[in-house]
Ligand binder design. Structure first.
Ligand code: GTP
Ligand code: MG
Length: 422
């Protein structure tokens, strides 16, 4: 049995219990379980269409997303002269891209003007797979009247997705080469070093270009509702022959990734965060997984089946640890995750203890009901998630993770006591 199968089965066991749970709780549990399933068990690479002129910085943006120099590694069904989906493989994950590079040049001037040639050449690829977003790339200095021809193509592609899949695909405009704006020698990626007045002048210029492009795109019927953001960035990195990085002048790429994450369907989020290797995003995803799993654990504890919570709650915590480890770029076996729980003091024994604490609470506060054990299951699971994030993302040692687990669990429990006693 694969890891995924094993975890899926555990979630199914919880789902089987759902008909014994009162409906409002069951509904919430179902939502959480659906999110967990999509995030962890149905994950797939994110898919972007890159639209932009030659040299706009499409390849550089891909490298900027990965934080490393990646190469396209084969594609599905090569059709010479036509756009196809390409897989880009980084150290920790894969991105699927449909690059419209060179397509504009391949069409007749009349076609190019209306974006017809571009659309014809990628329609087949788009019909194979729906993109998660269209990324429109344009150099900061090229956001001028001539941008209309590019927007024709963009609009046509978004129309194609809408006709074929029936949904408005999010469109994100990325203004590249912002570092080249005047004052030219002001470095956006090292703002502390720069004169503040100069820096503000440059930032204001970026902002004005963002607003111009936003207005232009909002002015088009076929883009107005799909346009979700306009982001000025620098994607510049350079590499030595041996593959090591010589320069990293990326600016506002993390913000762009943070923004893109929100636009992705759940199934593509974990892979996106993993491949980006950005710690802030990893924490964001770990927090989300923790909240979802803690919510499920609390719901499970509410089920009126005696001791039904111990098995599933431990399984959930194991899944959470596996999930957070994965987000952090590790591939963790179930056993390793269970060992981690043991090492921080949150093993089955701890789940048992949680239940005992709940029982104790029930004695001193009759009428509290299983809401007490729900709160405790929630606190325990949340602490597991926080300890796992510290261990796998920040790299703290087991001892620190154990202390953190104890503290976070106590914090959450104290908070709970204050809430019910105060
Ligand atoms: N200064 C600066 N240079 C950039 C930036 N993005 C890309 N470049 C440079 O611009 C040039 C073209 O970038 P590419 O990423 O190859 O552009 P592309 O859109 O993939 O080009 P084609 O594949 O030919 O269509 C390269 O020399 C990059 O290093 C940026 O944000 N700032
Ligand atoms: Mg390229």
């Amino acid at each position: 049995m694969t890891l995924r199968e094993e975890l899926t089965e555990q979630v199914m066991r919880i789902e089987e219990m759902l008909d014994k749970v009162p409906e409002p709780v069951a509904r919430k549990l179902r939502d959480h379980l659906k999110e967990l399933r999509e995030l962890l068990f149905e994950q797939r690479p994110p898919r972007f269409v890159l639209v932009g002129r030659r040299g706009a910085g499409k390849s550089s943006l891909v490298n900027a997303i990965f934080g490393e120099s990646v190469a396209e590694v084969g594609h599905e069904k090569a059709t010479t002269g036509r756009g196809t989906w390409w897989s880009y493989q980084g150290a920790l994950g894969t991105l699927e891209l449909l690059d419209t590079r060179g397509l504009q040049e391949g069409s007749t001037p009349a076609e190019a003007e209306q974006g017809v040639g571009v659309v014809a050449s990628i329609s087949e690829a788009i019909e194979q797979k729906a993109p998660d977003a269209l990324l429109f790339l344009i150099k900061a200095k090229e956001v001028d009247a001539a941008v209309d021809a590019d927007l024709d193509g963009l609009e046509a592609i978004s129309g194609l997705v809408r006709r074929h899949f029936g949904f408005p695909v999010p469109v994100v405009a990325v203004i590249t080469h912002c570092d080249e704006l005047e004052p030219k020698n002001v470095r956006l990626h090292e703002p502390e070093q720069e004169d503040d007045v100069d820096l503000q002048e440059k930032l204001a210029r970026v902002q004005r270009i963002e607003q111009d492009l936003y207005q232009k795109m909002r002015g088009r019927d076929g883009l107005r509702d799909q346009l979700v953001g306009v982001h000025g960035v620098s994607a510049y990195q350079s590499w030595r022959r041996d593959g090591t990085r010589r320069a990293d002048e990326r600016w506002r790429i993390e913000e762009l990734l943070d923004f893109l994450l929100d636009e992705l369907p759940e199934q593509a989020r974990v892979e996106f965060v993993r491949l980006s290797q950005v710690r802030a995003l990893q924490h964001r995803m770990a927090d989300r997984l923790t909240a979802v799993v803690a919510g499920i654990a609390a719901g499970v504890a509410l089920t009126p089946i005696p001791l039904a919570d111990i098995g599933p709650i431990t399984s959930l915590q194991v899944s959470l640890v596996v999930g957070i480890g994965y987000v952090a770029g590790r591939k963790i076996e179930l056993r390793t995750a269970a060992e981690f729980l043991g090492a921080i003091g949150a093993n089955v024994g701890a789940a048992m203890a949680l239940r005992e604490v709940a029982r104790g609470l029930l004695k001193v506060m009759p009428g509290l009901g299983s809401a007490g054990s729900a709160a405790i299951a929630f606190a325990g699971t949340r602490a597991v998630g926080q300890a796992a994030a510290a261990y796998f993302i920040d790299g703290v040692n087991t001892e620190k993770a154990r202390k953190l687990f104890k503290k976070k669990k106590k914090d959450a429990e104290d908070e709970y006591h204050r809430t019910i006693e105060g």
